[in-house]
Design a protein. Structure first.
Length: 258
């Protein structure tokens, strides 16, 4: 089990999965799912998103376009895979939508975990403050381990200690851009959301599922989970749903091509 939050890769067969973590988070958020997919024979790449891996100050002035651009560069590292799947969490889910829009012939399946299309009111307010130069670099402290119910995972999660409000403002810009892209995204998609999420809303996840061009996407709601569903109390079910959806998408492609 990964503990350090650094980039890692799991070797596998001809099919590849790119897993993208959330804002101020780390690859630790994705390790449970990646290891499950690795055991199923998938090559998994779990990179550190742009501006992460250091202090919150690194994120304060970074435009959201750089999160997507870095994800594009990481996707290019999987060139040559027979199939390529995207699994994105929160902000990473929005980046995954942007990649699916840009590469409709390259991405075979899209899994969106707790997609950050709509923030809870406290986060939305932080984004408003982040639009102003004087407050953009202000860092709002986070609860240790962030929004995860499982006490052990909360203790071990190497998340950043705070969120620069400027980064939340960029996330809101990213939300608006992704809303524009969604109707033209034709990649088969699965949305998984925690029912007790304190960071993003279930309404936003449901709106995404309705709006995406390949939809309505199937939605799985995990009744006991907070925001970080990939490592929370229902992480086994979350990982199982991801694996099942990717396998079903591959079967459907094979049958269509038969």
């Amino acid at each position: 089990m990964r503990k350090d939050g650094l980039e890692f890769e799991i070797p596998g067969g001809p099919d590849a999965v790119l897993l993208l973590h959330g804002l101020t988070g780390s690859t630790f958020e994705m390790h449970w799912i990646a290891e499950r997919l690795g055991r199923a024979g998938h090559r998994c790449l779990v990179p550190v998103m742009a501006g992460h891996g250091g202090s919150p100050a690194r994120l304060a002035g970074l435009p959201f376009e750089e999160w997507i651009a870095q994800a594009e560069r990481d996707l290019a590292r999987l060139e040559g895979a027979r199939r390529t799947h995207l699994v994105g969490f929160s902000m990473g889910a929005l980046a995954a939508v942007a990649l699916a829009h840009a590469h409709p012939d390259r991405i075979d399946a899209l899994v969106l975990l707790s997609p950050a299309l709509e923030l809870q009111p406290s986060g939305a307010l932080a984004g408003v403050l982040g639009r102003f130069a004087l407050t953009r670099s202000v860092v709002v402290p986070k609860t240790a381990g962030s929004d995860v119910r499982d006490a052990e995972m909360r203790r071990r999660n190497p998340t950043m200690p705070g969120v620069p409000v400027g980064a939340v403002a960029e996330l809101q810009r990213m939300q608006r851009r992704v809303e524009e892209l969604l109707p033209d995204v034709e990649t088969p998609a699965l949305v998984i959301q925690g029912a007790q999420d304190h960071t993003v809303t279930l309404a936003g996840a449901l709106r995404l599922a309705r709006t995406i061009g390949s939809g309505p996407a199937h939605v799985v709601v995990l009744p006991e989970s907070y925001h970080l569903i990939g490592i929370d109390v229902e992480r086994d079910r979350c990982a199982e749903e991801v694996e099942r959806f990717i396998a079903a998408t591959a079967r459907a492609e094979n049958e269509a091509g038969a």
